[in-house]
Design a protein around this ligand. Structure first.
Ligand code: NAP
Length: 490
């Protein structure tokens, strides 16, 4: 199996179209979270490397921006084709470094590629505007120009898709990129970089810096005024630090941060559909998605039935190495992530929650779990609203159910969070859907569905879940400067 993706393993920095070692010749280990096996030693970028990459990007910027929209579109399309031609190899690589089941990795590669395809098309539609003037001797025009050099920092949970969502609109708009993938999962990003070169995307347009020095590299990106924008996906904690760092030269910033998604089921809902949606929204990627259902609010009239149905569905989950056929739930990214999930469960139980179901790590094991960071899918009922499960992002396969009795009450509960990324609602009442659409404080609302993300839709949050949108025609806005031309004529 390793042979299939071996040719896609790149272990050096990509700077100015060249694969190169770190300035200090240092490397770090990338390991399989399911087995603890070493996958690769990867060059560890230093601040000196980051400065070199900025200079390479600055050199590449004018040439890329001067290409016609059609030329950029064609290169992006070719890159999309190569990603999809290598879908299986990329998926195997992704599962090796991230741990998610192979079927989910295949889906992530297709999902990430769909942003490249979408923005290949959108590149040609980066329209400006002609605005009716207030006087007859004036013409008001609006043109859109690339922001310039963009720095992108991405997390480990979707190592391909989170990067593709930034690279594709940036390149479509005429920007060039410096990418810093997460230290746990740099290989998917580096493979995307190789395929971009193969597609003919010019040297220096995409530069990739794997590193264990996230803070130091982030400081170089944010301090350098040649970098005109930062796009960050990750925790709210780090996002807040980066906002402060970007204040120095008023750098533009897009933030895709943490969430605490409510999943609300009313008593008129199709319960089987709600359970299916809950399984996707909660257990995809072992609960490690920013839009994961984090708090389940279930109407008291259907509480017990929903709980039974969800527990039954959870019994079908198979915990194990994502490479093994039939496994639905992989390991968490680290031992500390598994410890955190356990602490959340303990906290809820101490506050009076009831353990309804917990998968068995031992009996569902298909491989040795000695080195993996596995946490069994767990269902808790009667979780109090003040439990950590309801207040903080879980990032693990733990579902906690909370009762509610009225629409007004559940709106108050759902909105009682500093986050506002995703929310899910199951009901058949169309009037209620409209009321909830107006009143729920969220960037995205899934109505009778647990899967909301796609390239045609604007992905993003409000409150402390972030600024800006990725995907859709809104996704280009963050990578362009608007210039207004005021022309007088007689
Ligand atoms: P994280 O700790 O904030 O790390 C994210 C990225 O930032 C990684 O590349 C990390 O590098 C880097 N980083 C860490 N500290 C930094 C610093 N001081 N300066 C510059 N970069 C720094 O988040 P995570 O735990 O990896 O990812 C999970 C979080 O991401 C969750 O909160 C999740 O909700 C959020 N997320 C949001 C979205 C969205 O679209 N809203 C999507 C996916 C994930 P290292 O890996 O080297 O530490």
């Amino acid at each position: 199996m390793v042979a299939i993706y071996k040719s896609l393993i790149k272990s050096q920095l990509l700077i100015g179209g060249n694969w190169c070692a770190s300035s200090q010749s240092e490397t770090f280990s990338v390991v399989n979270p399911a087995t603890g096996e070493l996958i690769a030693q990867v060059a560890d970028a230093t601040p000196i490397d980051a400065e070199r990459a900025i200079n390479a990007a600055v050199c590449a910027q004018p040439g890329w921006a001067e290409k016609t929209a059609n030329e950029r579109s064609w290169l992006l399309r070719r890159w999309f084709d190569l990603v999809m031609q290598n879908q299986e190899a990329l998926a195997l690589l992704l599962t090796s470094e991230q741990g998610k089941p192979l079927a989910e990795s295949r889906a992530e590669i297709a999902y990430g590629a769909s942003y490249i395809e979408w923005f290949a098309e959108e590149a040609k539609r980066n329209y400006g505007d002609v605005i009716p003037p207030l006087t007859n001797n004036q013409r008001i025009q609006v043109i859109k120009q690339p922001v310039g050099v963009v720095a992108a920092i991405t997390p480990w949970n979707f190592p391909c898709a989170m990067l593709a969502r930034k690279l594709a609109p940036a390149l479509a708009a005429g920007c060039v990129i410096l990418a810093k993938p997460a230290a746990e999962t740099p290989l998917s990003a580096l493979a995307l970089g190789q395929l971009a070169l193969d597609a003919g995307i010019p040297a220096g347009v995409i530069n990739i810096l794997p590193t264990t020095r996230a803070q130091a590299i982030g400081e170089v990106f944010t301090a350098n005024s040649k970098v005109r924008k930062l796009s960050f996906t990750g925790s709210t904690l780090v996002g807040k630090k980066l906002i402060a760092q970007c204040a120095g030269d008023v750098k533009r910033i897009t933030l895709e941060l943490g969430g605490n998604a409510p999943f609300i089921v009313f008593d008129d809902a199709d319960l089987d559909a709600a359970v299916t949606g809950a399984m996707v929204a909660k257990f995809r990627n072992a609960g490690q998605t920013c839009v994961c259902a984090n708090r389940f609010y279930i109407h008291q009239a259907i509480y017990e039935v929903f709980c039974e149905k969800l527990a039954a569905a959870m019994q079908m989950l198979v915990l194990g190495n994502g490479m093994v056929e039939g496994v639905t739930t992989g390991p968490l990214i680290s031992r500390s992530a598994a410890n955190k999930a356990q602490a959340f469960v303990d906290d809820a139980l101490q506050r009076g929650a009831r353990l309804v179901y917990q998968g068995d790590v031992q009996t569902s094991a298909t491989e040795s779990f000695a080195q993996g960071h596995f946490f069994p899918p767990t269902l808790l009922a009667e979780v109090p609203q003040d439990a950590r499960l309801a207040r903080e992002e879980i990032f693990g396969p733990v579902a906690g159910l909370i009762r509610f009795s009225t629409e007004e009450q559940v709106i108050q509960l759902a909105n009682a969070s500093d986050y506002g990324l995703a929310c899910y609602v199951y009901t058949r009442d169309v009037n209620r859907i409209h009321r909830l659409s107006d009143r729920l404080q969220t960037g995205m609302l899934g109505i009778n569905t647990g899967l909301i993300s796609n390239a045609a839709a604007p992905f993003g949050g409000i409150k402390q879940s972030g600024w800006g949108r990725e995907g859709s025609h809104y996704g280009m806005d963050d990578y362009v400067n608007i210039k207004y031309l005021c022309e007088a004529f007689s």
